[in-house]
Design a protein around this ligand. Structure first.
Ligand SMILES: [Fe+2]
Ligand SMILES: [Fe+2]
Length: 278
């Protein structure tokens, strides 16, 4: 089984800065021979507030010739409680109406693919707890299948035991709970997006992959991260109990640089600490 992971497309009909990279991605997917595409969020520039961004993005994604599963990003459903656009019931309802469930599982052969809504982590509320309970059940009743998790945010940035990284990764408390569930259930892969950097590593027996964005890289607006600045995608080859993941620089993609257009695309973030726009 071959799964193509794409991430951080940042589509919008009104802020069309990165839309041109979609055609090369589609052409490449058509020849990649994938069984499935998984999109790990930031589908839109501002689906958290602009319904038309989500509708526009879904029109594009639905034209792909293979099935697509999607988890939301912070620009799609909002972010942490103290952010400008916190996740709330209206934002979640919009995503669920226009795209589908924000967390899900799908069984393919010997594998259970689990999509998580990273943006529910850190609220310590009923929605967060509901997803954790659901995840526990999805792991428990997997009937011997191996597990791969897809989510928008990485588990950590520099160190598995690091403290709160704020914008960047899952907060320590839900992160620890995820580590324990992953270890108990031998989760093989955790694949994410969000950082706009490509990186591969592992932690406690789980392969970790940060998919590159298809949209833009970031120059000076962001702290240095592990890995490399790249626009592209990932091909995951699922075999007997293992996954081999390959980061791919998709031909024809333009490496747009957010620094050059941040005032137009994310003016609110540009006025604040300019790193907070991934
Ligand atoms: Fe993001
Ligand atoms: Fe992003």
């Amino acid at each position: 089984m071959k799964i193509v992971q794409i991430s951080d497309t940042h589509f919008s009909p009104s802020k069309s800065h990165f839309n041109d990279n979609w055609d090369p991605v589609v052409r490449w997917i058509e020849t990649a021979g994938a069984d499935l595409v998984v999109h790990t969020g930031d589908l839109t520039v501002d689906g958290a507030d602009q319904e038309e961004d989500i509708a526009f993005a879904m029109d594009l994604v639905r034209k792909l010739p293979v099935p697509v599963l999607i988890v939301p990003g912070n620009h799609d459903v909002g972010h942490l409680p103290d952010s400008d656009q916190p996740v709330n019931a209206a934002r979640l309802a919009r995503w669920r109406r226009l795209v589908g469930p924000d967390f899900w599982f799908a069984d393919y052969a010997d594998w259970r693919l689990i999509g998580l809504d990273s943006l529910l982590f850190g609220f310590e509320d009923a929605e967060e707890e509901r997803q954790f309970r659901w995840l526990e059940e999805a792991l428990k009743d997997r009937d011997g299948r191996r597990v791969a998790i897809f989510a928008h945010k990485p588990l950590f940035v520099d160190d598995p035991a690091e403290g709160d990284t704020g914008y960047w990764s899952v907060r320590p408390k839900p992160r620890q709970r995820l580590y324990e569930l992953m270890a108990q259930n031998g989760v093989v892969l955790h694949a994410s997006g969000h950082l706009h950097w490509a990186w591969q590593g592992h932690h406690a027996g789980t392969e970790l992959v940060w998919a590159p964005p298809t949209s833009f890289i970031i120059d000076k607006l962001e702290r240095e991260m592990p890995g490399e600045r790249l626009v592209g995608a990932v091909v995951h080859h699922f075999g007997e109990g293992r996954v081999d993941s390959e980061v791919v620089a998709v031909p024809g993609l333009k490496p747009y640089v957010l620094d050059h257009v941040v005032e137009e695309v994310y003016p609110q973030a540009a006025r604040k600490l300019v790193g907070a726009v991934q």
